[in-house]
Design a protein around this ligand. Structure first.
Ligand SMILES: *Cc1c(COP(=O)(O)O)cnc(C)c1O
Length: 369
């Protein structure tokens, strides 16, 4: 059996950029708390994505949580959330004792369906915030979603955890809403081993988020707190990894795109295979290459055939309204996300894959027809 091929695993730079920044942190004993790497990682990321301000945090989930707090979401408030996503998008809504309402996807973007969103606004005019996700690096239909949120005067939070490096009509995802979040978890396009970033054009709100993230310590010699606090800041060592990784982000996007194009070329003609959308407005980071299948070959057959050869593949996210923990909450839409879940497969999209690895995957899949 060949070496294991991963869906998406950590890939440090060949040049060793990450170690240089980490070493600097060690040499100056700025292991913690905070320090230059944290400040610079925040600056470098805002430059990359084109936002005004950023706060480096311990995870993308923490960033969503603080975005909701910054948006003023509290007990009993309604928050619209895509149903087709990772649970980390929805969990912070519950941390705030707020109420998620799950919104269906459309086939054009695989992301939040603007029509379903409009319907949800009619049903819940009192909604406090909307979270939109750019799944697998595909951008949501931001023109329509931003317009709807403006029309209803509702705060928009973009979960861009999977879409660092993705542009919608030339503008970086995560910068359309009032708040955007990124994740540097181990399987994301770049990783710090674990971490996240909250971005916004509103510097004051970002300062406030930093304050909450460091236990809400008031300015005083003694420990004084007038608000609930959290321990959500990124460490200076971890931020050093992030600075190094940011230098190779464009390379990673290039490779991910190459992988996607290879699969599309080799497998696109197979009966019943349909690749994830490529929309003209969307410059995707191709974080994961995904496809859907019809009757002839089922996702489970494909995943099993790959697993037998030591190759990782996964289903599409299981929709939140189908999850035991979340099924009691309302859902607006039809069966699009359910169908994507039933018929979808995420193919190995690891940037360390060689030509030989790609060939192995392609041959196994072709063998199913
Ligand atoms: C990974 C991910 C998150 C959470 O990020 P963490 O850094 O792991 O907390 C949130 N939303 C989506 C869509 C993700 O894929």
């Amino acid at each position: 059996m060949g070496d294991r091929i991963f869906l998406s695993s950590p890939h440090m730079s060949d040049e060793g950029y990450e170690m240089e920044y980490v070493k600097e942190a060690f040499d100056t004993n700025w292991i913690a708390p905070l320090g230059e790497n944290v400040n610079e990682f925040e600056n470098e990321l805002t430059t990359k994505v084109g936002s005004n301000a950023a706060a480096a945090l311990s995870s993308g989930t923490a960033a969503i949580h603080l975005a909701l707090r910054a948006a003023g979401v509290g007990e009993g408030d309604i928050v619209f959330c895509p149903t087709l996503t990772f649970s980390a998008t929805a969990n912070p809504i519950i941390y705030q004792n707020a109420i998620p309402v799950f919104i269906d996807s459309d086939y054009i973007t695989w992301n939040m369906c603007p029509k379903a969103l409009e319907e949800a606004f009619k049903k819940y005019p009192e909604v406090k915030a909307v979270i939109v996700v750019h799944l697998y690096g595909l951008s949501a239909d931001m023109d329509k979603i931003v317009e709807l949120c403006k029309k209803h005067d509702v705060i928009l939070i973009e979960d861009a955890a999977e879409s660092l490096g993705t542009y919608y009509k030339g503008k970086h995802t995560g910068t359309f809403g009032d708040y955007g979040i990124f994740s540097f978890n181990g399987n994301k396009i770049i990783t710090t081993s674990g971490g996240g970033m909250l971005v916004s054009d509103n510097e004051e709100r970002i300062d406030k988020a930093r304050f909450w993230a460091t236990q809400s310590r008031d300015t005083a010699r003694h420990y004084q707190h007038s608000e609930l606090g959290f321990n959500y800041r990124m460490s200076n060592v971890v931020a050093g990894i992030g600075r190094g990784q940011l230098k190779v982000l464009d390379q990673r996007v290039k490779k991910k795109r190459y992988i996607f194009e290879c699969y599309k070329r080799e497998l696109g003609g197979l009966n019943g295979v349909q690749f994830m959308p490529s929309n003209k407005w969307d410059e995707s980071n191709y974080w994961l290459s995904c496809l859907t299948l019809s009757e002839e070959v089922r996702p489970l057959d494909m995943m099993k055939a790959l697993e037998n050869e030591n190759i990782e593949a996964r289903p599409i996210w299981k929709p939140m309204h189908m999850q035991p923990f979340f099924e009691k909450y309302d859902f607006v839409g039809t069966d699009v996300s359910e169908k994507l879940f039933e018929n979808g497969v995420c193919l190995p999209s690891d940037t360390k894959m060689t030509e030989g690895d790609l060939k192995r995957v392609v041959e196994i899949i072709k063998g199913l027809w």
